[in-house]
Design a binder for this molecule. Sequence first.
Ligand SMILES: [Zn+2]
Length: 176
Amino acid sequence: MTDGEMFEALWARAKAEGLNHACYFGGYPPHEEGLEGRFDPDPWRNGTGPQIWLYRVPCPEPRDEPVVDGPYVSRELRVFAHEYGHFRSWVEQSNGATRTWQAYFQAGTLLGKSPGSLSGDQKQLIMMEEERAWDIARDVLSEIGFSNWQELKSHREHALGIYREKMGMDGSGRDA
Ligand SMILES: [Zn+2]
């Protein structure tokens, strides 16, 4: 399968597994390589359900279909697979009802607002969830025929590095 075909297949699979909505989102410059997606179990806090957003400026139209050709397809396949990983992690943790997910989600919200006030445990929870999402991405990509593992590994390392940097951790995961 081409990257575009895998992207389309994974997008459809996420929807079939209960993702309420997947779409592009244009209003979020500047791009940060490795951080161009978002999973939220209920972005509007009104019970709508889980969504995956891919950030791209300008925003493609239609917003709610994967763009399966052009220069960004392999990157967006990796980003989408990672966000799918968060989605599956949420599903596997009883749709976010476990204490671990709740604690993680609280930490993630704090990361967006006030990263300096995260505790060491909260930083670990965030890193563990990020790594789990990349592990799930690897597994699902493997299932659908992906083979560019070096590219996925660099993307993963880069994205995890951005989290460590934002949270003031060194490469070992300890507080710097
Ligand atoms: Zn993530």
